[in-house]
Design a protein around this ligand. Structure first.
Ligand SMILES: Cc1cc2nc3c(=O)[nH]c(=O)nc-3n(C[C@H](O)[C@H](O)[C@H](O)COP(=O)(O)OP(=O)(O)OC[C@H]3O[C@@H](n4cnc5c(N)ncnc54)[C@H](O)[C@@H]3O)c2cc1C
Length: 408
């Protein structure tokens, strides 16, 4: 359970590399080390075919696999920050359309999707696909089209000269590249529910967020929604309107603290919605590898166990946009990036938008900087939506390049 060892296992899992892990001292570990004359080697030892890495770290393995090369070129048509589904899709389509493209991620490729054992609702995969596997395939596809993937090195800063000059991006290792057009696909982190058993059931009846697409799939089922913000309220109504029986668990003593009045009115009037105030989810119960019941407890300590089909955790999240104020990129109060017409509709929008034309869809208030996926205000928070937005940006890049007089 050494943190570095956990990091190594997490890296192998989230890059979809099959592996076996043997604890030091186990019969398998002793035999593997003895066979190779490595009984005194510094652990952990990684055997990868004929190659042996002692005292292995994520960086050792990534370097050995050629993943920590410096960028090959000083300048790219298109730079993508973040290699989650949105960034990888943008890279696949941009590179396949002939743009010189670089994608940088401070972590391994895949973003939030790489934490998901099984994505069951992604277009074209009726039996589901592992999130890490999807990211691995997308990364390979992007590379096949000529995109360059730089991982374990995020973008830590930028320099902008004139509005139409290339943007200079500074990577975590100090390397610098310039790009004519940039995409911020930096995603977000969901607030995790610190409840034992929840993590094991994510994707198996427990979900973070609740897109509209889920509602129809839950018709006639019994679902629980945890949360009291507008997104939770909207999710509850979507489920109930699709004939699901909805139990809503709210920690506070009233919805009006965090939810818009029009949503509250509709929730209160809906016969299929059962709201429990001052109540927390206290246990999840599984049958096989899927959830089949939950226990919730109110502020008086009274608990109830209820059979359910799915739990949706809509307890908020944090977009990766700490950098936006420094770059004069407009966001909503929660930090999600404004794009397209949302910019002009915002209070500061007209004052800060410098061109005669309107912002392109998915363009931010900084001309030539686009945003796609979960980091964008109004995004659907789903893999397919992120992929769709990323691919759309790839074609919008051509409009901006034409404006700059760059021919590809
Ligand atoms: C546990 C879990 C289960 C899910 N299950 C499903 C599901 O079953 N179906 C579904 O459709 N959706 C699911 N989702 C949601 C889905 O994964 C997201 O909507 C999707 O990944 C969003 O993609 P994205 O590219 O916008 O952002 P992200 O996936 O968040 O990727 C953003 C990337 O940007 C990188 N980054 C951030 N800052 C920087 C920086 N400064 N420099 C470089 N890189 C940076 C991050 O490391 C990350 O890799 C799930 C999410 C979670 C957390």
């Amino acid at each position: 359970m050494d943190p570095e060892h956990y990091r190594l296992r997490d890296f192998l899992t989230r890059t979809a590399q099959p592996y076996e892990w043997h604890e030091a001292g186990s019969a398998e570990a002793v035999a593997a080390l003895e066979t190779r004359g490595l009984t005194d080697a510094t652990l952990p030892v990684v055997f990868d075919g004929d190659a042996v890495y002692t005292g292995a770290t994520v960086e050792t393995i990534a370097t050995a696999w050629g993943g920590l090369q410096p960028p090959k070129h000083p300048h790219y048509d298109f730079a993508v920050i973040g290699a989650g589904p949105a960034g990888l899709a943008a890279a696949v389509y941009a590179a396949s359309d002939g743009l010189s493209t670089i994608v940088c991620d401070r972590d391994v490729p895949g973003g939030q999707a790489s934490y998901t054992a099984m994505i069951e609702n992604f277009f074209g995969f009726p039996d589901g696909i592992g999130g890490a596997e999807l990211a691995r395939l997308a990364g390979r596809q992007a590379e096949n089209f000529g995109a360059e993937l730089v991982f374990l090195r995020g973008v830590t800063g930028s320099r902008v000269n004139g509005r139409d000059d290339p943007v200079e991006l500074i990577l975590g290792d100090g390397a610098e590249v310039t790009a004519s057009v940039v995409l911020a696909a930096t995603g977000m982190d969901w607030t995790r529910l610190p409840l034992a058993g929840v993590d094991d059931l994510v994707g198996h009846g427990v979900y973070y967020g609740a897109g509209r697409s889920e509602a129809t799939q839950c018709a006639g089922q019994s679902v629980v929604v945890v949360g009291a913000g507008n997104s939770a309220g909207q999710a509850v109504l979507n489920f109930a309107n699709a004939t699901a029986l909805v139990t809503m668990l709210v920690r506070g003593d009233r919805l009006s603290k965090t939810m818009s009045a029009y949503l509250i009115e509709r929730i209160e009037a809906h016969p299929l919605i059962d709201v429990h105030l001052e109540t927390e989810l206290t246990d999840v119960h599984a049958s096989g590898d899927s959830i089949d019941a939950v226990t919730f407890t109110d502020s008086a300590g009274k608990s109830e166990r209820r059979a359910i089909d799915a739990v949706f955790l809509c307890i908020g999240g944090r977009p990766h946009t700490d950098w936006c104020p420094g770059e004069h990129v407009l966001t909503d109060p929660a930090g999600y990036i404004l794009t397209g017409q949302d910019i002009l509709a915002s209070a500061d929008g007209h004052a800060c938008w410098p061109l005669d034309r309107d912002p392109l869809p998915l363009e931010t208030s900084r001309v030539g900087l686009f945003a796609a996926g979960d980091v964008r205000r109004g995004s659907t928070k789903r893999v397919a939506a992120a992929v769709g937005e990323g691919s759309m940006v790839a074609s919008l890049v051509f409009s901006r390049l034409a404006e700059l007089g760059v021919t590809v």
